[in-house]
Structure formats: C-alpha cells, structure tokens
Design a protein around this ligand. Sequence first.
Ligand code: HMG
Ligand code: MG
Length: 296
Amino acid sequence: MDKARIVEVGPRDGLQNEKGVIPLATKVELVQRLAESGLSTIEAGAFVSPKWVPQMADTAALLATLDLGGPVHYPVLVPNDRGLDAALEAGVREIAVFGAASEAFSQKNINATISESLKRFESVMHRAQQAGIRVRGYVSCVVGCPYEGEVAPRKVAEVAAELHAMGCYEVSLGDTIGVGTPRQVQAMLEAVMRTVPVERLAGHFHDTYGMAVANIHAAYAAGVRTFDASVAGLGGCPYAQGASGNVATEDVAYLLHGLGVETGIDLSRLVATAWFIADALGRAPASRVAHALGRP
Ligand code: HMG
Ligand code: MG
C-alpha cells in the first residue's frame, strides 16, 4: 500500500492567526488529541517575536508539557539565532526555518530580503546541525503573493534549492494565500523537482479558493508524499491579508484514504479533535469531512 505523511500544522499555522487568547490548557489538549488521532508530526509552535505573532508566545510552555523524546515529532518554527536558542533550551529535536519566493512577502513576514533570510538560516542551520537537530525549510508564496501577484516557478525552484543545499531534510512548498490551481501547482513542481528530489518536498496548501484538495491530488500525482494540513482547517497567515486556513487534515486524510494511501490517521478520532478545537474557538470546523461525519 502506498503511504503518505501528514504534517499537522494546526497548533502553529492554525492558531497563530487567532485574535483571542487561547488558554495553554486548550493547546495542550489539542496537541494530545492530535497525537492520539495518529499524527506523528505535529508542528507545535514558533519561537518568533511575540510582538509579531502574540499567539505563539507560550510555545516554550506548551513544549514543556510534551514528550519530546517520544515517537511523535514536535517541530517548531525558528526565524533566527535567537529563536534557535529558545528551541535548544526547550529541547526540541526538529525546527523549521521559513523563507519566501516573493521579496515583498519576505519583508512583511520576517523583515528581511530573501537573500538576507537565507544568510540568517545558514547560521541557524550550522548550529542546529552541530546540536543534532533536524531542520525543515518552508518556501512561502509558491504560486502567488498577496503583494506581488503571480510568482514564477523558477524563483520557487531557486529558493527551494538553496534551502535543500543548506541541509534542510525537507522543503515544504507553501501556497500561502491559497490561490493556486492544479495546473499552476504542477508547473511549479516541475520546476522545483529539477532542483530538489521529490522525496524531499512537501505540499503546504491553504484553502482560500477551495482548491487545496485538488492541488494535493495534483502534487500526489507528481510524486509528492508529504502534505501539511491543519485540523478543522484552522488558520491563515498574519502577513497575508484574506488568506484562509490550511487545508483541513481530515479532508486530506479522507482524500488519501480514498486513493488507497495509508496515513496512520484514525479519521473518527481526528474529526472529534476538529470539533473539540472548533468548539473551543466558538465556531464550526472549516472542513467538509468534519460536517459530513458530524459531531461525535
Ligand atoms: P525584526 O523586528 O526585524 O527583528 O523581526 P529584531 O531583531 O529587530 O527584533 C525585534 C524584537 O523581537 C526585539 O525585541 C527582539 O529581541 C525580538 P525588542 O528589543 O523590540 O523587545 N526577537 C525575538 N523574540 C523572540 N523570539 C525571536 C526573536 N527574534 C527577535 N526569535 C523577526 C524579525 C524574524 C524576529 C520577526 O519578523 C518575526 O518574528 N517574524 C515572524 C513572523 C511569523 O511568525 N510569521 C508566521 C509564520 S510563517 C507562515 O505562516 C508561512 C508558512 O505557514 C508557510 C506558508 O503558508 O507559506 C510557514
Ligand atoms: Mg502556512
């Protein structure tokens, strides 16, 4: 049976955009339930400036409640050396650096040009490698940018290749504002796959236009086997006006299971988790599958 890996990003990409304060206990329960739903990689938070993204300020406190040496991986975002210091202190085994294929987005998101950001990551990468920590790389705006419009596949391939050459074990390609359609995704992947082996790529689709599941299907057909997703379709990006959440994990699991692909996910537990976090946030899950299967 074919296998795919789903990287759950709800506690980070999902919750980073929430306006209200989410109690730490809710985050802890969310992460526990996600692990019990069979997710083996759960991006738990971000060591970024709390002035930029206040929701991630309790990342260290959340990590302190988790078994960081166990079978489930809990990576966190790290933008610079200061973030890495915090990650090392928290005892994480994996971090993710995040860059962009668009200059304007890079400035708004991390206050750096693309080349400045890659320089920052080199130092982070070097120190992480010395500490035995795995590093994942993100490229944002792989088909479109909220400030610059369409993004050339060549530009995505360049940034992805730099992250890979630097030592990122995987490069996650983000349609940050969810504007892509399968044809664009296919063209972008064709360009990127000339510079980075497909086994080292992940798809990270937001669902603004409802195209994320179709884009995942296109990426799957191109050979991608790792997909980022967010339970209940939580999220958005604070630096991408109008962007909706990630594709919902339960929708991706339903698609992949329907294709005969093993994910390790227990769909009914995952749907219960989607309702749990949606109730905690006072709204309905943004996924189709959570509604189709209903509240447990
Ligand atoms: P800056 O203002 O250029 O940097 O921010 P700075 O060095 O001047 O620092 C500003 C303040 O932040 C200082 O504090 C620093 O100490 C502090 P002050 O002296 O003013 O009190 N600071 C930090 N605090 C905690 N942890 C740190 C840290 N670094 C500096 N690591 C910086 C530059 C990168 C820090 C800032 O722009 C930032 O934190 N950006 C994060 C933005 C972010 O988290 N965006 C969302 C995640 S990316 C995403 O969602 C896309 C993705 O999902 C893929 C996709 O969908 O495409 C991954
Ligand atoms: Mg994202």
